[in-house]
Structure formats: structure tokens, C-alpha cells
Design a protein around this ligand. Structure first.
Ligand code: NAD
Length: 548
């Protein structure tokens, strides 16, 4: 029943009182649309059990509140449940949201799941609770940039003829095989749930499905020999396959993993269990389940370390696999690095980060018109043009059509202005939402991911995302959310999301100019404060104000 009803309105007609609330209603429903969410029936958007609303009653109340919200009121969401509406100002955010926040002493899985079972909180991942999820595409460029950086650093700027072994074809993990083939390489991606593989074959993220490592290796060797990109989905348990690789003496060039292991109980399947058996054990004997999952994980991470010893480039892809293996008792789990400190941080130091825009009209033509305008206006930027051409060719839209693009300090506000102008002139058929991932330099504090290995030791300082959120709210964002536990799990991160709407008005333009300067600006300032020379140079180059 619910499956068929969750779908965003499209077109020009408003179902709310203004475009700001309409934008949030459409994004909220889009993130729960069964074509977009991993498990719409359970309100799970992605990333293990990352939800957009606490429960169905809360979901319905959010829809009702948004439809009735005036343009001088602000709705408060407490961990996926609407709790209050207050009169504020037209310039204020229409929605402020705080998700999964607990007093730090109790910020651990055990206490959190007790609170969750009591119905007091919800796990919101990152873009799930901030209603900015747009499917796999949202993380595609970060994954692409990581693979690209490895190709530049180690393999003459291409992954042609190179093999990547990874796992997990969920909401985020599915970006991996396509990112590898976009860089010319061959990918074997292990996924235990065959239905996820079938979904990714339809959406173009994988090319072929196999059931044994032998079959995968035959296909991979042939493709490597011919230097032909190929994404092979192997149905199986990641730990089993990685151990088998070690036994066979096969060393892929690159090894990583994106199962939802940050959540051992709900996101990681122990070896030897079918999905049904896992669901049964999880329900009936969670302690036994965790014990089995830990044993599996230790074998999994040990084999990653062994493949590293044999010459593979190995890294943690943002799911805290090292931290979980360490917690389970494998002391050498931190032998390989995290992807952000190793490959993406130099981009953060330049203020470059993930921006996304979503056509609230539901009309793919709006996104294609924006693609053309961006190619025309940023023709000299090889990085942006290459990306837009790639995604135009590879990405199918499902749910509201959207684009992501990593943009620097100037580009972000320039593109915001371009979008708003095109809405104002009527070139686009309706307003456009502009939002971003939580994964940036100042927007997430996560010592096993975004802030791992900061030169000044500020890895666990969580003031930056709070300051970013407060400033976004002061500068005209339509929605600001502050969250805990995204990506790497409860106790391991604090982060913030921001959404604005380009409705073609002068007010929207002013807000966008501020907001789209603040995010990359604070990114640079946070890294300069930590001692990065590149970020300090950017401060001087851009004339940013940093009192100390
Ligand atoms: P998801 O829950 O949608 O998907 C996880 C997938 O892993 C599922 O399809 C599941 O069947 C599969 N899986 C679980 N155990 C397995 C096993 N033992 N062997 C093989 N497959 C197994 O999660 P997601 O949204 O894809 O996120 C994956 C992880 O990445 C999460 O930990 C998430 O927090 C993290 N993450 C990474 C980034 C990034 O930029 N790299 C960003 C956000 C989140």
C-alpha cells in the first residue's frame, strides 16, 4: 500500500504554500520513493538503516506539516519526528532538524539501539535524515575522484588493464563499479544479496552477474588483457571471496569494501548464512549474530591486509571497516589508510566539494538544459566538462532528476546564480533544489574518515560541523540538519546538511550566493586552521577572513 503512494509531486503546481516548503516536501518524498530508497517500506533510504522519518505516523505528520507551513514559520524535526512549529521570519529556514544526537557518554551502538527500540530516536545516516538523498549518483563523483586519484598517482592516469576488488552494492557502494569502469578499469564487486545485483544491472552500474570467483576471474582476465572496462558483480559473501583470493595467490591492483559494516547487526552478513538465516538470527539472537559477524569481519580485514602485503593498494572506503575490525579484536586493522585522508583531502583544501541540484519539476529536460549551460559557461574547466559528459552518457534518472558535481569556491556560487537565473527566465520548467553531501572538510567531524590524521591532531574536534550548520541557518538555508553517526556509525561522526531552493527570486539569489560561498569557504578555513599549506595559500589567494 505504502510502496505505491510514496512519490514526489512533480510539475509547476504547488501542493504546499510556497516553493521552499514544496521543495522540502518533494525532496523528502523523493528520498523515500521505492525507486530511490533501498527499503522504502521500512522508510530506510540507504546505508544500513539510515531513515528519513522515525516511523509511518511521523512521515505522514511531516507531509501534513510541510503542506500547511507558512513562509514565516519554522518546523522542527527531532530524529525523524516533527515536534514543533514556531513563528520565525521569511528569511529563516523552513525546517531545522537534529538527528541521532545523544549525550557523548552514551554515544555507542548498545545505548543507541535501546533508545531506538524505545522509539525515542532514529539513525539518519547523512543525506537520509536531511532529505537530500538522490540515489547512488549522490556519491558517484566522490568515488570516481578517489579512483581517478589512484590512477593518477600509481597507474599513468588510467585504470586500463587494472583489477579492483570491492564489495557492497547498496545505496552508496553501487557507485564503485561504475567509477572503476569510468576510469577504464575492471571491477569485481562482491554482493551477498542477489536482488541488489539485479537492480544495479538494470541501472547500468554493473555489466554482468556471476556466482563463482572462477567465473569472475575468467571474465576479469580477458577484460584486463583487452584493456576493456568491465564491472562484474559476484554474488557471495565478501569475506569468503577475499579469503579465497588470498588462497589462490591472486592479488588485485586495488582492494577496498563498502558493505554497511559500520552497523554490524544490520549492515553486515556473517559468512555461512543466507539472507533469511541472517534475518532470523538477527531477530532472535542478536549477540550470537554479532559474534559471527565479528569472526567474519576479522577474516575479511586480515585478507585485505595480506593483499596489501602482496602489493595491492588497499583503503577503507568510509564504512569504518578498520574501526569495527579493531573493536572486534584485530589489532592490525589500521594497517591501511582511509580514502579521504589519502586521496580526497587535497581537494577539500582547495574548497572543492560535492554540490548537487535537483529538478523539482521532475523533468529530465531541466537537468539537460543545465548541463548544456554549464558546458557553455565552464568550457575551459576540463574537470567539470569531462564529468558532465560522463554522467550524461552513463546515468539514468530515477526519482527526481538530479546532478552532482564537485565544485570549487568560485564555481559553486557561480552555478547557483546560473541555476537561479535560468529559473527566473523561464528556461527551466520549475525551481531547483541545491544541496550537498555531508562529506566535506568542515561539514563532517569523523576521525576514521573526513578528519582522520589531521596534522594538528584535531581529528575528534566536532565544532566545525556545528558552526557550519549554524551559519547555514543564519545565511538563508531552507533546511539545515545536524546529525550524528552517518557513514561510520554511532559515536564516530557529527555532521551537517544544508538545502536551499533556487526559485528565480532576488531573495533566493542573495541566499544562494551566501550559502554556496560559506560551505567551500569554511572547508578551506578548517583545513588552513589544521595547518595545511595549500589551504592557507587559498585563504590568501581568495582574500578570506581568518582572524587567527
Ligand atoms: P547499504 O546498506 O545500502 O548496502 C550495503 C550492502 O552490503 C548491501 O547490499 C548488503 O547486502 C551488502 N553486504 C552486507 N554484508 C555483506 C557481506 N558480508 N558480503 C557481501 N555483501 C554484503 O549501504 P550503502 O549505502 O551502500 O553504504 C555502504 C557503507 O558505506 C556504509 O557503511 C556507509 O555508511 C558507508 N558510506 C560510504 C560513503 C563513501 O563516500 N564512501 C558515503 C556514505 C556512506
Amino acid at each position: 500500500m505504502l510502496q505505491s503512494t510514496i512519490q514526489s509531486p512533480i510539475g509547476k503546481e504547488l501542493s504546499c504554500k510556497n516553493w521552499e516548503t514544496e521543495c522540502l516536501l518533494r525532496l523528502f518524498l523523493n528520498s523515500l520513493d521505492p525507486r530511490v530508497a533501498e527499503n522504502s517500506e521500512e522508510l530506510i533510504v540507504y546505508g544500513g538503516r539510515g531513515k528519513a522519518a522515525r516511523n509511518k505516523k511521523a512521515m505522514e505528520a511531516i507531509i501534513r506539516e510541510l503542506k500547511n507551513l507558512d513562509n514565516d514559520h519554522t518546523l522542527l524535526i527531532q530524529s525523524g519526528k516533527p515536534v514543533a512549529t514556531f513563528r520565525t521570519f521569511p528569511f529563516s529556514p523552513r525546517v531545522l532538524s537534529s538527528t541521532a544526537m545523544v549525550v557523548p557518554k552514551w554515544a555507542n551502538d548498545e545505548d543507541f539501539s535501546i533508545l531506538e527500540k524505545k522509539g525515542l530516536t532514529m539513525y539518519g545516516q547523512a543525506t537520509a535524515a536531511s532529505w537530500a538523498y538522490i540515489g547512488v549518483q549522490g556519491v558517484l563523483q566522490a568515488t570516481f575522484e578517489t579512483m581517478n586519484e589512484i590512477a593518477n598517482r600509481y597507474f599513468q592516469s588510467t585504470l586500463k588493464g587494472k583489477l579492483v576488488l570491492t564489495s557492497g552494492l547498496g545505496g552508496m557502494g553501487s557507485a564503485q563499479p561504475l567509477s572503476v569502469t569510468m576510469n577504464g578499469g575492471v571491477c569485481i564487486v562482491v554482493e551477498v544479496d542477489e536482488s541488489k545485483i539485479d537492480k544495479r544491472l538494470v541501472n547500468n552500474y554493473c555489466d554482468v552477474k556471476v556466482h563463482t570467483l572462477e567465473e569472475a576471474l575468467v571474465l576479469a582476465e580477458e577484460a584486463m588483457e583487452l584493456e576493456r572496462p568491465l564491472a562484474i558483480a559476484l554474488c557471495g559473501n565478501a569475506a569468503d571471496v577475499y579469503c579465497e583470493m588470498v588462497k589462490k595467490g591472486i592479488t588485485p591492483h586495488i582492494v577496498t569494501d563498502q558493505t554497511a559494516v559500520h552497523d554490524m547487526l544490520n549492515g553486515y552478513i556473517p559468512s555461512g548464512l543466507t539472507l533469511d538465516q541472517a534475518a532470523f538470527l538477527r531477530n532472535k539472537k542478536p549477540e550470537k549474530y554479532i559474534k559471527m559477524a565479528e569472526e567474519t569481519l576479522i577474516a575479511h580485514v586480515k585478507s585485505m591486509c595480506e593483499l596489501q602485503n602482496r602489493g595491492a593498494i588497499v583503503f577503507d572506503y568510509g564504512n569504518n571497516i578498520r574501526g569495527q575490525a579493531f573493536k572486534a579484536g584485530f589489532e592490525k586493522a589500521f594497517s591501511f589508510p582511509g580514502f579521504i585522508s589519502e586521496y580526497l583531502r587535497p581537494l577539500y583544501c582547495e574548497g572543492r566539494g560535492p554540490c548537487r541540484w535537483i529538478a523539482l519539476s521532475g523533468n529530465p529536460g531541466d537537468i539537460y538544459k543545465l548541463d548544456e549551460a554549464i558546458l557553455a559557461n565552464f568550457g575551459s574547466d576540463e574537470r567539470i566538462c569531462r564529468w558532465i559528459k560522463f554522467v550524461q552518457e552513463k546515468i539514468y534518472f530515477y526519482g527526481l532528476p538530479a546532478r552532482t558535481c564537485w565544485l570549487n569556491y568560485h564555481e559553486r556560487s557561480q552555478i547557483g546564480e546560473l541555476i537561479n537565473n535560468m529559473v527566473a527566465s523561464g528556461e527551466l520548467s520549475a525551481p531547483v533544489a541545491i544541496t550537498r553531501d555531508h562529506s566535506e572538510g568542515s561539514t563532517m567531524a569523523a576521525p576514521f574518515r573526513e578528519t582522520e590524521g589531521m596534522p594538528d591532531g584535531s581529528d575528534i574536534i566536532a565544532d566545525w560541523p556545528i558552526l557550519t550548520g549554524l551559519l547555514n541557518a543564519s545565511a538563508g538555508a531552507t533546511m539545515v540538519s545536524i546529525q550524528h553517526g552517518g557513514g561510520v556509525g554511532i559515536g564516530n561522526s557529527i555532521h551537517t546538511g544544508m538545502t536551499a531552493v533556487a526559485d528565480g527570486s532576488l531573495d533566493a539569489l542573495k541566499k544562494l550566493k551566501n550559502l554556496l560561498t560559506i560551505d567551500p569557504g569554511l572547508n578551506i578555513i578548517r583545513h588552513a586552521d589544521a595547518g595545511y599549506i595549500k589551504a592557507n595559500n587559498m585563504i590568501r589567494e581568495l582574500g578570506l577572513k581568518k582572524p587567527l
